[in-house]
Design a protein around this ligand. Structure first.
Ligand SMILES: CC(C)(COP(=O)(O)OP(=O)(O)OC[C@H]1O[C@@H](n2cnc3c(N)ncnc32)[C@H](O)[C@@H]1OP(=O)(O)O)[C@@H](O)C(=O)NCCC(=O)NCCS
Length: 142
């Protein structure tokens, strides 16, 4: 079983996280800010979150699985593990935005019980729309 690791504000990401981040998103996220936390499975996957404790909301900024290990449930397992940590920390609502063309990302979120609740037209620099998703923690998926 994959062991969950955690990175907090000010942490420098391990080299493999930086590489996977650059491979997936071009620009690595860099040092985590005070309101940011990351979890991952060593060498395989990471997820970066922005936490807004006052409103008990956590926004998923990035999630990536090593291309050699995709399609085996790792993304879903990492989201489950992050959610367990966020519930323990008192968060109740999860938010994210994703390119409408990102079929794998959208399939992952929908399989994990997230619901699309909005669309931001021409949100990305290339004019692509962003699909907005939300998940209420503890809610029974319909
Ligand atoms: C999105 C990503 C994290 C998914 O990780 P993964 O480990 O391959 O996903 P899983 O194996 O856990 O699959 C989760 C669900 O999504 C579905 N899925 C995964 N990849 C898919 C694809 N390419 N097309 C359609 N469905 C897909 C799976 O079938 C599964 O659904 P199920 O549980 O109902 O069978 C991975 O593709 C990735 O790193 N992409 C590049 C970075 C990115 O786009 N991140 C999201 C935006 S920040």
């Amino acid at each position: 079983m994959n062991e969950l690791f955690h990175l907090g504000p000010g942490s420098n990401s391990p080299a493999w996280v930086e590489q996977l981040d650059r491979d997936c998103f071009t620009e690595p996220w860099g040092e985590l800010a005070d309101h940011e936390q990351a979890w991952g499975f060593k060498n395989d996957a990471f997820a970066i979150w922005s936490l807004h404790a006052v409103v008990a909301e956590a926004e998923l900024l990035r999630i990536a699985v090593d291309p050699r290990h995709r399609g085996r449930g790792l993304g879903r397992a990492l989201l489950d593990a992050c959610e367990a940590e966020l519930i323990r920390m008192g968060f109740t609502t999860l938010l994210l935005e994703v390119r409408v063309s990102n079929a794998a990302g959208r399939a992952l979120y929908e399989a994990s019980g997230w619901k699309q609740d909005g669309l931001r037209k021409a949100y990305y620099k290339n004019g692509e729309d962003a699909a907005l998703y939300r998940k209420i923690l503890g809610a029974v998926p319909k």
